[in-house]
Ligand binder design. Structure first.
Ligand SMILES: [Zn+2]
Length: 440
């Protein structure tokens, strides 16, 4: 099924032009291989920018919805969004800090310990983290005696990290920056890019930079949410504009090879309910290729991840979930039920739009300091502190922070005991009362 590509003009940026024309560009080539043999495999509703929780209820004139359809590159198998938001707009309200989540900090500790035990970077050698955020991944390396350097284009986060003791260059990673780093600090024994490959608009420049940064015996590690887990666990909430790529092993192996690197290991981890950590070295590096690489390539072939049918089936499952939610919505409207939501995560606007919940939800409960007492993107649903759940006691609370469904239900037993209900959207649409089994 070949789809005629829409082309959104990036020109015509007259002052009063709709924002759509200003900051959303439809790319016509694959982000990994630059091929143009692209199939639309999952059609989705356009969504607002997921991080833009607003201080005012009044919607600004330029608040808009942007496409997030998924495309498959028939040349290399990479699955991606082609509608790209201007990074200056996309990241202007970026509130995420790795160090705010205990589970992420524990994960980074384990990663640093494993890299040192398995790859033996020399004591005092350089570790560079791309998209280093608040420096959380570098801290365990620093504690173990390595020199560390962060790179992150979000200036105020980079400044915070530097002030807290992790020197961070406030720029995007480019070959020119890689050259400057090597000249000043020497080559890196370890380069990491955790959950940033999905964000990079120019993957070729990123890969070239990593290659140039690496010492001949250095290792590069990347973590990305895994396409197979997105499909298997219906991780719909991960599809928003910051995630331009949905990675699998085969396209990444070919991509790294084109940039002079060799994938030597793949490990699946439970972060974000299903991610991979890939390890690579410069071509001809000293480490053997582990059997895990061939095993993942075989698994992906067997599951047909490089063919449209597997992704189209994912789209069909989403359609069935939407029908389930439509039925619930009709019942709630008929009975005049009150409905709220839980979790102002970045998955929220995606789920609200894809399940048609915009006009239904009265409020969203969340305590995040950068979300509470603000308003959700586009629909302008107020975000209230979680303690108000027991004051308002809505009949149904839809869980938008879907990765945390179990802990949200477990920590709000009192609401359920008093007749309330939680509702999950994915991997299944399910109403949970006081006597129900916990969510998946
Ligand atoms: Zn491609």
């Amino acid at each position: 099924m070949r789809h005629a590509l829409r082309l959104t003009s990036a020109s015509g940026t007259a002052k009063n032009a709709p924002r759509m024309n200003v900051c959303c560009t439809h790319q016509s080539h694959c982000r990994l291989c630059l091929g143009r043999n692209l199939d639309l495999v999952v059609k989705l509703e356009p969504i607002p920018l997921a991080s833009h929780y607003a201080a005012e209820r009044a919607a600004p004139a330029d608040d808009a919805l942007y496409p997030t359809d998924l495309y498959l590159c028939r040349d290399c198998g990479h699955v991606q969004i082609l509608d790209i938001i201007d990074p200056a707009v996309l990241w202007e309200d970026y509130a995420y800090r790795s160090g705010q989540t205990k589970g992420i900090l524990d994960h980074f500790e384990a990663v640093a310990a494993s890299v040192i035990a398995r790859h033996h970077p020399p004591a005092g050698s350089l570790v560079v983290d791309i998209g280093s955020n608040d420096g959380s991944l570098l801290r365990p390396f620093k504690r173990r005696g390595h020199r560390v350097l962060g790179v992150d284009p979000v200036r105020y986060i980079a400044a915070e990290a530097t002030a807290s003791g992790i020197e961070t260059v406030p720029e995007g990673m480019t070959p020119a920056l890689a050259k400057r780093i090597v000249e000043r600090h020497g080559p890196a024994s370890v380069v990491t890019a955790f959950n940033v490959f999905a964000h990079a608009p120019d993957m070729g420049a990123m890969a070239q930079s990593i290659h140039d940064l690496l010492a001949p015996d250095g290792v590069f590690l990347f973590e990305a949410q895994y396409l197979l887990d997105i499909v298997d666990h219906v991780l719909l909430g991960t599809i928003f504009h910051e995630h331009m790529s949905h990675h699998s092993v085969a396209p990444m192996q070919r991509f790294l090879a084109r940039h002079g690197m060799e994938l030597i290991d793949v490990e699946r981890v439970s972060i974000q309910r299903g991610s991979i950590i890939g390890t690579a070295q410069r071509r001809g590096g000293p480490r053997p290729v582990q059997p895990s690489v061939a095993a993942h390539l075989a698994l992906e072939r067997e599951r047909g991840l490089d063919r449209p049918e597997a992704l189209q089936e994912f789209g069909a499952r989403l359609g069935r979930l939407r029908q389930d939610m439509d039925r619930l919505r009709a019942e709630w409207t008929r009975r005049g039920a009150t409905v709220a939501a839980y979790g102002a995560a970045r998955s929220g606007p995606t789920l609200i739009v894809q399940f048609g919940l915009g006009g239904l939800i009265d409020c969203i409960f969340d305590d995040h300091p950068q979300k509470v007492n603000r308003f959700s993107p586009y629909h302008r649903i107020p975000v209230l502190p979680t303690r108000t759940l027991m004051e308002r006691k809505p009949d149904y609370v839809i869980i938008l922070a879907y990765l945390h469904a179990r802990s949200i239900v477990a920590s709000n037993r009192a609401y359920l005991e008093q007749g309330g209900h939680f509702v999950t959207c994915c991997p299944d649409v399910r109403v949970i009362g006081a006597d129900s089994a916990p969510p998946k």
